[in-house]
Design a protein around this ligand. Structure first.
Ligand SMILES: *Cc1c(COP(=O)(O)O)cnc(C)c1O
Length: 380
């Protein structure tokens, strides 16, 4: 394999500006046509040096807690900040008061404990509640917030415990990589359980997990669903908060081959780790795409790709190629921008990949390198 990007260090996550912009254009189209406001979920994508670009297209950010909210306040200039957490500490609420626009509570106790403080903050902050409509099509269960016993959101039987005065928004998040037909079915359940509340509200937040920028996503259906929902509920504001759909297919992780060994099949050891650099490959699990590869056995040269860690299971997958792989070759893992950088770690003392951007003019800009000190700091 030839080296396609000699100017990019290895390993390195590389955001491709044009691809990000293409995603953002689709999201802005949804927003313009439906009237919905779209917030970037920092849980999945927090490359803040790109926020000035993202802010040209989206309304703001959604945060899972104080750090994400702070990052949004510092770097996503002029954007709305919505925050939801399964449980806030009092000190976190205090820190959110100067920066949050929506604070969404997960239980009646959290709502009652902090509502007065939030409403009396001296600046306008909306209180919302997260609801569990008891319906989600997501599998596996680790990603399904409506499984029996889920801690995420207030179930219909608990609703009577909520004092709703001062609450101006409803939230649900029940999707993961789903198309708009799943939203349509979900809204039926949401409205069945909670429809009577909507007309008293300023906004309803449909959460994330809408795979809007995927090629087969039915964008027109999404727009129709939102318009219809708003029309039926007095023009209520609708929010979407995708993370994955923003960072979807908009960059790669460059790695390289350190060694080639043999045990039943040729095994290439790389400078990237599934466990440390792309943990969803083991958690989800899934086999990442490598540029120029096919399933093992399809092309003439097959290899197992593994990490430079001591974890036996830190195997990325089996792949085949047109030509033999050599030590020093570049390996391009596709779609490695969302849910990678936000989750990576220094397990086994493996260096963290650098972060860079391929700009529209074709030039590469190195945004950040990491060194030994980042490993040391986190292990004090
Ligand atoms: C994870 C999450 C999101 C973003 O989900 P994506 O699948 O990345 O679109 C939005 N809202 C909440 C509450 C979440 O937990």
């Amino acid at each position: 394999m030839k080296i396609r990007y000699p100017e990019i260090p290895s390993p390195c996550y590389v955001l491709v500006e044009d691809l990000l912009r293409a995603n953002l254009k689709i999201l802005r189209h949804v927003s313009e046509q439906s009237g919905a406001k779209i917030l970037l979920a920092l849980k999945g994508y927090a490359l803040w040096r790109s926020f000035p670009l993202v802010a040209e297209y989206l309304h703001g950010i959604t945060a899972s807690g104080i750090y994400e909210a702070r990052l949004g306040a510092e770097e996503f200039k002029g954007g709305e900040i919505s925050v939801y957490s399964p449980a806030f500490k009092e000190s976190e609420i205090d820190a959110l008061l100067p920066i949050a626009d929506h604070i969404i509570f997960n239980s009646p106790t959290q709502l009652h404990r902090f509502k007065r403080k939030v409403l009396g903050a001296g600046r306008k902050i909306d209180c919302g509640i997260r609801l569990n409509p008891l319906y989600s099509e997501v599998s596996p269960p680790i990603y399904n917030p409506c499984i029996e016993g889920s801690r995420l959101g207030i179930v219909p039987e608990e609703l009577h415990k909520c004092e709703l005065d001062g609450v101006s928004g409803l939230h649900f998040h029940t999707h993961c990589e789903q198309n708009s037909d799943a939203l349509q079915r979900t809204l039926e359940h949401f409205e069945l359980h909670f429809g009577h509340l909507i007309d008293k509200m300023k906004w309803v937040n449909f959460g994330g997990g809408h795979h809007i920028t995927r090629k087969d996503y039915d964008v027109n259906l999404l727009i129709e669903i939102i318009k219809d929902f708003r029309a039926r509920h007095g023009g209520v504001d609708v929010y979407l908060e995708p993370g994955e759909a923003v960072g979807w297919q908009c960059g790669f992780l460059k790695g390289s081959v350190l060694d080639i060994t043999y045990n039943a099949m040729p095994i290439a050891i790389l400078d990237v780790s599934a466990s440390a650099h792309m943990p969803d490959c083991l958690e989800m699990p899934y086999r990442p795409m490598i540029r120029g590869s096919a399933e093992p056995g399809v092309l003439p040269y097959s290899y197992r790709f593994g990490a430079p860690t001591c974890l036996a299971g830190d195997v990325i997958g089996d792949y085949s190629f047109e030509t033999a792989i050599e030590i020093g070759d570049e390996v391009i893992f596709e779609d490695m921008i969302h849910y990678t950088i936000v989750k990576n770690n220094t397990f086994n003392g493996i260096p963290l990949p650098s972060i860079g951007m391929l700009r529209s003019d074709g030039s590469f800009k190195l945004l950040r390198e990491f060194g030994y000190e980042h490993y040391k700091e986190r292990n004090s």
